[in-house]
Structures are given as structure tokens and as C-alpha cells.
Design a protein around this ligand. Sequence first.
Ligand code: ZN
Length: 314
Amino acid sequence: MSPKLPSSAHIREVGPRDGFQNEPEVISTADKIRLINQLGQTGLDRIEVASFVRPDVIPQLSDAVEVLGGIDVPEHVSLTVLVPNSRGLDNALQVRERFHEVALFVSASETHNKRNVNRFIDESMADNEILVKRIDAEDLKPTAVIATAFGCPFEGKVPMERTLELAEQFAAAGCREIGFGDTTGMAHPAYVFDIFSAAIERLPGVEITAHFHNTRGQGLANAYAALQAGCTSFESSFGELGGCPVPAGSTGNIATEDLINMFHEMGVQTGVSLPAVIDAARAAQAVLGRKLTSHCIVAGPVDWTPDPDGPACH
Ligand code: ZN
């Protein structure tokens, strides 16, 4: 008997932030706006579009205000921005009317947090608690991301309880959505099932979001395990955009088109048009001027029709 799966799942497209941030090419503001607008026409209803980190740290995302100002997506599309600290939130609020959700973050591992934002976890969380109140006061939705939720390249495995405690802290502060990020691809499906089952049970009313990287080829298997645990909220990146600097040369996020293809094949609806996302990924490919390697860009979706005169598989 096949396992009982949810009938539908939500996907937040994170390519324009998490993806672009890790691409070596400089992507023009106009191209970013064009690609985001195209994503907005695919049926996706959540897109992470910008980050308000310091421009000298991530120059690729230094045009956040211009990008937000230029986006034109349907009303049902909720736009998310990532904010590292109060100065980032100040800058984002200059264009307050252009987005709907603010993502805050912390790493579950002390070393990763220190390297990422040069603060201890407790300092980050104290600041995050203040930021949640400010975001709420602006009538925006505060969301949280726990990076290295499954493991850290510097410290190794992160205890499950550590990640769950941070999630509870975010929930107590007022975050209604909390993402578990597998920053360097250290999760495996059995662990994913256990931690998502525990998080969903311990945090009723909080949306638990799965953010997997395909660093070691387990991204989709992990998504399936999270789905089996009852998770219905996922993040992914069109075109599999966004490598990861750790380990050097690694692939990053799972591809949105691969995730949608798997979900739709299993009868899990997303409301997103798979061909339209593949078109958007191909448009990104044209912007970058090189081939992207998500499975569905290379092979097409399952219902793809092969050339009758082409070679046959063995
Ligand atoms: Zn990611």
C-alpha cells in the first residue's frame, strides 16, 4: 500500500534570492525583474525575491529596492524578502508596500552562525525576537529560517532537539512559518521524517517549511520524506539555480520543476504549471548564458514526447 500523502503542497520559489545569490554571473536588475515577473505567471503564489544583507557582502543582491520597485506580479503572489538584522529591515521598509513576508534567519550551529553573521546564536535570536515585533507592527508576515538545521559543515550533525528548540523560540516570538534549511545537504530521508513529524506535533498552528539542498543527491528523497511526515510547505529554486560555496562547487537548492514534477506525478497538487516553470528556467539559462542542469530541463517532464526518429534508450 502506498503511504498516505497530503493532496496538495505549497511551494515558495527562492531562485531570485537563494539562487541568484550563489550564481557567479552578474545578473542585471532588468533580467531579475523579467524572470520574477515570468515566475509570477506560472501559478506560484510565493516568491522570495530579495535580500537586504549588506551590499558589500553579497553584491549580487544589492539592487533589492530596484528589483522590488520593478516587479509586476498578480495579486495572489506573496513576495518574501530576507532580512539579516534591524538595519536590513529599515532598508526593506523603505519599500514596505512592495512585499508581504519577511524571512529572518539563524543557524542551528554556533560556528555557522558566527561565520555567517558574526554573532552567537543567542544574540541572533534576541535580535530576531525584536524584529518579529516590528514586522508584525507593519502588518507583514514574519517567517523564520533555521539554517544548518540538519548538520553543519564545521560542527557535523546538529542535534534534533537543538533545531526544534530554536523553532519553538521562533514560534513563541510570533513566527507563523518556520523553515528547516539543509544548507549543505546533510539531511537524509529517515531523519527528515522524524524531525518533521516531531516539529509538526510540537508546533501546532505553525507552518513548517522544508528547504532542501541537493548537495549529495538526496534533495527530492528528503522532500518525499517531509511530505510523508505531513509537511505541505516547500522551498525550491527554478533551474536548480544557486550552487553552494560549501563544499566548494556543490549544487544548491532542489529544482522547482523537479519538485513539481514529482509531486504532480504522485497526485500532490501545487497549482503551478510545470511547463511554465520549465520555460522560466530556460529563460534563466539564456540570461546566464550556460546550461542549467535540473532534471526536468534536461529530460523534460514525464509526459514529454520523444522524437519518433530519435535514438531509443536501452
Ligand atoms: Zn537554499
